[in-house]
Design a protein around this ligand. Structure first.
Ligand SMILES: [Cu+2]
Length: 159
């Protein structure tokens, strides 16, 4: 079969570009350890309901005045809901998913992370302004994705 010279050149050029892209992915995954952000902590999503932390996730106080908020995301809710935290204190969120990938975005703040089944995502923020905040799932996760919202209540510190 006869293939025109120009067509051959373009075929090889396209194959070269694909090879470069795939190579970039493989190389960065190997050398730069692509992983969920924060830290590497794995968890079995199948037994999440029996997990001491994520079976009944809640807000726990820390000795330094901050709090740790464990959050379980699943179709189509966050637990606990609402979440109550103090203002101007370090708030460490630890989130994971029981089923598919969900988002965890506290609207109007820079708190935003993915809840990935099998992993615990962790980040620490503090909220300067007391009030109620909307928590939205920003990763499409199924038919009722648009209904997957939660509430964060930031309470004024006791004087
Ligand atoms: Cu979701």
């Amino acid at each position: 079969m006869h293939v025109e010279l120009y067509e051959r050149i373009w075929m090889w050029a396209a194959a070269g570009v694909i090879a470069v892209f795939l190579g970039t992915i493989v190389l960065t995954a190997g050398l730069h350890a692509i992983q969920p952000p924060s830290h590497i902590e794995t968890i079995d999503p199948a037994t999440l309901s029996q997990d001491p932390e994520f079976g009944d996730p809640k807000v726990t106080a820390r000795p330094d005045g901050g709090v740790v908020v464990s959050v379980r995301a699943e179709m189509f809710s966050f637990t606990p809901d609402p979440i109550e935290v103090p203002a101007n204190r370090p708030v460490t969120f630890r989130l994971t998913s029981a089923d598919v990938i969900h988002g965890f975005e506290i609207v109007g703040t820079n708190a935003n992370a993915m809840a990935i089944p099998g992993y615990v995502s962790q980040f620490t923020v503090s909220f300067a302004n007391p009030g109620e905040y909307l928590i939205a799932c920003n990763e499409y996760c199924g038919l009722m994705h648009h209904n997957m919202v939660g509430k964060l209540i930031v309470k004024e510190e006791a004087p």
